[in-house]
Design a protein around this ligand. Structure first.
Ligand SMILES: *Cc1c(COP(=O)(O)O)cnc(C)c1O
Length: 431
């Protein structure tokens, strides 16, 4: 399959090229030129997440050298569960996406991208440096996924003092082929540094630079597989479509669900739950698309004022009216997040992370409107990652999952760096 730029359908490249390049030359995002048509029965022989991913992604890998390795990529990268567990009241489930090594859903995409890049490198022999700006979860997932991989190096940039202490510890605990920089600035500064480096032709070619941000196809494609897997299991056991409420920031996770539905998987309605950054809810209620500076909220991995995958959504739905009629999008303020976390155990027997709490609140509103269909809340991170927000609200310590505890036991170190480009370029030269 070929991939075209959202800004020019005539710009077309193969999958390996799109993965290694990240953004198209014209600044657009790569999108598949065609979408395969499946139905739930096509997956009758598939049980595990890796099996479903392999079948679903085959058409997306067709004609690319990576196709020969897809099965192995799926089994090595998608080797932890994504269970759909029941949640009270009836007809409600929770898709738990936090059982990977860094306890957030970013592990699926990061591990898949790393397995693909390792294969691309084995084919062309090039040594690559992957840059990643992070507000917390992405950097840890990417660092963990690429740690120890031959011919691959990762430089993580995070805003010093603006991630949780556990997130900071995780970001700096890798070493070896992972360089962690704590930037004296905010997340936008980190993103700007990455963009400037990628635009620097000398650096770019000498270090064979690439990025691993949320627009990467290598992260988007595998995320479709947990929606496929969950909806097929639901279809087999209960019949009918499963509806999802998805915590949303850059729209990477939700876009994967939307693509999976387009490919014919038994997925019904998709509701986007944002925090107080309400660019998407405002758009879906009829306002013009109005990107803005992001607001800091309790659900900090969704503090996004200009969702980077919006361009892909517009490509999928060229007709704005049709697009607006297609999705529910609602914002949840910090007060609502606090309330859901504080009552989570009494009402649901669960402790939620602040991002998941946004989705829980939106589903509560959907239920209040009388909807009794089967819905699943998507749980994007383990609450132990956000203990400073969660623990005071639930009144006790949250148990840390084993994989996360292992990372927190390692020593951690990050190099300080200013927010200007020159020192960053100098540091990259020393690599
Ligand atoms: C990244 C992240 C999100 C937002 O996902 P997008 O793909 O950016 O919409 C939600 N929750 C958690 C825990 C995250 O790390």
């Amino acid at each position: 399959m070929n991939y075209a730029s959202t800004r020019n359908p005539a710009t077309q490249v193969g999958l390996s090229h799109a993965l290694a390049q990240g953004l198209a030359d014209d600044g657009g995002l790569y999108v598949p030129c065609t979408l395969p048509a499946f139905n739930a029965r096509d997956f009758d022989a598939d049980d595990s997440l890796a099996d479903v991913a392999h079948r679903l992604l085959q058409p997306f890998f067709a004609d690319d050298p990576l196709a020969a390795h897809l099965s192995e990529i799926c089994t090595t990268a998608l080797d932890f569960p994504a269970p759909l567990v029941p949640l009270t009241p009836a007809h409600t489930g929770m898709l738990e996406l936090f059982h990977g090594p860094t306890a957030a859903f970013k592990d699926f995409g990061a591990r898949f991208l790393a397995a693909c890049m390792q294969q691309v490198g084995a084919t062309d022999g090039l040594e690559r440096t992957i840059l990643v700006a992070t507000s917390g979860d992405t950097g840890a997932a990417v660092a963990d996924a690429f740690h120890g991989k031959p011919k691959l190096r990762v430089v993580v940039l995070y805003p010093d003092g603006r991630v949780s202490p556990r997130q900071a510890h995780q970001l700096g605990c890798f070493g070896d082929n992972i360089l962690t920089l704590r930037v004296a600035g905010n997340f936008d500064d980190c993103q700007r540094l990455v963009k400037q480096a990628l635009a620097d032709a000398g650096l770019r070619s000498r270090l064979c630079l690439s990025s691993a941000n949320s627009i990467s196809l290598g992260r988007l494609l595998p995320q479709m597989s947990y929606y496929a897997h969950a909806s097929i299991r639901h279809w087999r056991t209960r019949g009918g479509e499963l509806n999802f409420v998805i915590p949303t920031g850059n729209l990477g996770n939700a876009l994967a669900a939307i693509l999976a539905r387009r490919c014919g998987l038994p997925i019904g309605d998709i509701a986007l739950a944002t925090n107080a950054n309400r660019v998407l809810p405002d758009y879906f209620s009829g306002s013009a698309y109005q990107p803005m500076a992001s607001l800091a909220t309790l659900a900090n991995a969704m503090d996004v004022g200009a969702p980077s995958n919006f361009e892909r959504l517009r490509w999928l739905y060229p007709d704005e009216q049709a697009l607006r009629g297609e999705f529910i999008a609602e914002a949840v303020e910090d007060a609502g997040i606090r309330e859901v976390i504080a009552h989570g155990e009494a009402r649901y027997g669960r402790v939620f992370c602040p991002h998941t709490a946004c989705a829980v609140r939106v589903l509560e509103r959907i239920r209040e409107r009388g909807d009794s269909r089967d819905w699943a809340v998507v749980a994007t991170a383990h609450p132990a990652k956000f203990e400073q927000v969660v623990e005071p609200l639930v009144g006790h310590a949250v148990e840390v999952p084993a994989a996360l505890a292992m990372l927190l036991d390692r020593p951690s170190q990050a190099e300080p760096i200013g927010a200007d480009f020159e020192p960053f370029r100098e540091r990259l030269r020393l690599i």
